[in-house]
Design a binder for this molecule. Structure first.
Ligand code: MF3
Ligand code: CO
Length: 249
């Protein structure tokens, strides 16, 4: 069942989303050579709490941190640790969620650390643009397949892979609500969007093959071929004529 949010609900999510975006951007500015990933996690948590938010991921199905930090061949759900430091040339996905006044919002960005390769820069830019292509399809009356198809066709045209086994999702009073939001598919298929739906759209893109696996830590998702991956995510509200990005500072 896809929950339709009221204007009041969306107002609350907009407030939470603004806090989340501000905090995630601040954390991203600290993704520099030698930064340890646990410090980034602490920073994210402290900044969220100082603004009246609660980290959404900590304790979610046992996840041990507030922030996901996914480096290079790690696609998503990398666990921060004191031992894991960022290095010049790394591609780092930063994924954070907040619970604010009863509503969740979810956001991710990917940044390059120091001086990164041409391929890494291209991957990050294509993934950011893929999210934008998906967003542009959003309006009441469009379908989930329209979004997925826009993301997939753009990414594949650029020669990269789109992860299939992880998808975006509805978001609201739960971190993960219906519907699943795939980053692939056929235009005109799948659930029809309605004004008041709130969705987390989150393309995960690989330089090589899109096949991924989960490490023994039960969380970290890596590319099977070892290629670089990137991830961007916004929480949005569907409107009659388009969409509103809620994770915007
Ligand atoms: N944005 C990620 C997702 O939607 C958040 C993962 S939550 C975690 O899957 F707690 F499981 F890490
Ligand atoms: Co998400």
């Amino acid at each position: 069942m896809i929950v339709i949010k009221s204007q009041e609900d969306i107002r609350t999510m907009r407030e939470g989303g603004a806090i989340l975006a501000e905090v995630l951007h601040e954390v991203a500015r600290h993704a520099v050579p030698d930064a340890d990933t646990l410090s980034l996690d602490r920073m994210a948590q402290d900044l969220l709490v100082a603004r009246g938010g609660t980290p959404a991921f900590k304790g979610y199905q046992g996840y041990p941190a507030s922030l996901c930090v996914s480096i290079n061949n790690e696609v998503v759900h990398g666990i921060p640790s004191r031992e894991k430091k960022l290095r010049d040339g790394d591609v780092v996905g930063l994924d954070l969620g907040v619970l604010y006044k009863g509503f969740y919002t979810d956001m991710a960005v990917t940044v390059g650390v120091g001086k990164v390769s041409r391929t890494a820069r291209r991957l990050i830019e294509v993934t950011r643009q893929a999210l934008e292509r998906g967003l542009r399809k959003v309006r009441a009356g469009a379908t989930l397949g329209d979004i997925g198809n826009a993301v997939q066709s753009f990414v594949e045209k650029k020669g990269f892979g789109v992860v299939r086994s992880l998808v975006g999702h509805g978001v609201g009073t739960e971190v993960h609500e219906d519907p699943p939001v795939p980053n692939y598919g056929e235009a005109g298929t799948g659930a029809v969007l309605k004004a008041g739906m709130t969705l987390a759209i989150e393309p995960m893109v690989t330089v090589g093959d899109y096949a991924v696996s989960t490490l023994d830590d039960q969380w970290t998702v890596i590319t099977d071929d070892g290629s670089l991956a990137a991830h961007f995510e916004h929480t949005i509200a569907v409107t009659e004529r388009g969409y509103e990005i809620l994770t915007r500072s």
